[in-house]
Design a protein around this ligand. Sequence first.
Ligand SMILES: Cc1cc2nc3c(=O)[nH]c(=O)nc-3n(C[C@H](O)[C@H](O)[C@H](O)COP(=O)(O)OP(=O)(O)OC[C@H]3O[C@@H](n4cnc5c(N)ncnc54)[C@H](O)[C@@H]3O)c2cc1C
Length: 385
Amino acid sequence: MRRNLFDDVHEDFRESFRTFLSREVIGGEGRYEQWERDGIVPREVFALAGRGGFLGMSVPERYGGAGAEDFRFNLVIGEACQRAGVGSFGLGITLHNDISLPYFLRYCTESQRERWLPGIVSGELITAIAMTEPGIGSDLASMSTRARRDGEHYVVDGSKTFITNGINADLIITAVKTDPSERHRGISLLVIERGTDGFERGRNLEKIGQHAQDTAELSFSGAHVPVENLLGSEGEGFVQLVSNLPQERLSIAASAVAAGEAMIGWTLDYVRERKAFGQPIGSFQSSRFTLAELRGEVDVARVYVDRCAQALDEGELTAEDAASAKWWCTDLQGRVADRCLQLFGGYGYMTEYPIARAFADARVTRIYGGANEIMKEIVGRSLGL
Ligand SMILES: Cc1cc2nc3c(=O)[nH]c(=O)nc-3n(C[C@H](O)[C@H](O)[C@H](O)COP(=O)(O)OP(=O)(O)OC[C@H]3O[C@@H](n4cnc5c(N)ncnc54)[C@H](O)[C@@H]3O)c2cc1C
């Protein structure tokens, strides 16, 4: 079905981002494979992306951005990364653009904007958001990282884990308890900067997929964070998180659908070529049915996600719609990955084939951004249940 979400300007942007991907990410013998082995993307790649205009597109021009408050540009980046089979590079960049940046745009004071936005756009300041702790993930209100006010500083103690961009990040939006006697209302957001005394990074965690993405542990032991690094007001953190999560979940859903499209494309190419019993494996009725089912499911998901993107830009995307998009599209991504991999036979299990990597990368999308069970809780509650 023809998509009517994008205009020419987005297609031009897509073209230049694709060129960036082929020059700086895929190009150069085995560069991406090396990052997958290293467990991290070099920081310089963010600076190159910044130079190309692919970071912080919605930042106002006076801070170096393009002033394009249009989520469709963000979608183009996530989609292109999935189609090129470089999803774990894509996660770092979509986290920076789609997930962290809105906090800086919505809650920064003028002086915070001047300090941080230009670097976020240029890629010199890489961002992360740290909510999850070793003891809590879904139940955010039970977090225990504590920030105690001491004059012009907060003294932060605690730890975070599974933090995307955790090694590369310069600015980490960190959810802390400023009032431990409260649950939701005791949470605040502090921007903790690289080099802060008492802040250390732990391991870059070994994962089953998303290998080029640095996912790290962070620890705070009497970390001294200036009061001027508070985002918004004390006690507002939970509301700030809840209001930004729909965009985060849409970003994950959109990448999941694009990953599904990519996997179907690779599989079609493969089943046309590969022969068994004297005929292309794609000509078996079971293969045709599999691919026809997946094609239909992904097309249906695509229309819903595109509609959500329009709703986001119109300021109308609800938490429930975003939660539905997230659980449905990521479940679908898992089904597509599994069924497409099957059609590759043994080759599908070999990491040199993009389908193998996409299969491993897909598993986490049902967990992060809020586990899919939590998405169903959000939708279920809206049904009055
Ligand atoms: C690769 C990766 C990157 C991540 N990046 C970030 C990041 O950048 N920043 C960040 O803050 N976090 C990040 N996370 C953490 C992620 O958001 C959490 O893992 C997720 O929210 C689930 O929390 P948990 O792991 O503590 O699972 P738990 O909360 O312990 O839940 C475990 C399981 O229990 C079930 N469950 C829990 N609660 C309910 C319920 N109410 N009803 C029904 N079932 C339930 C679900 O099946 C859930 O998957 C990342 C995680 C991974 C793996």
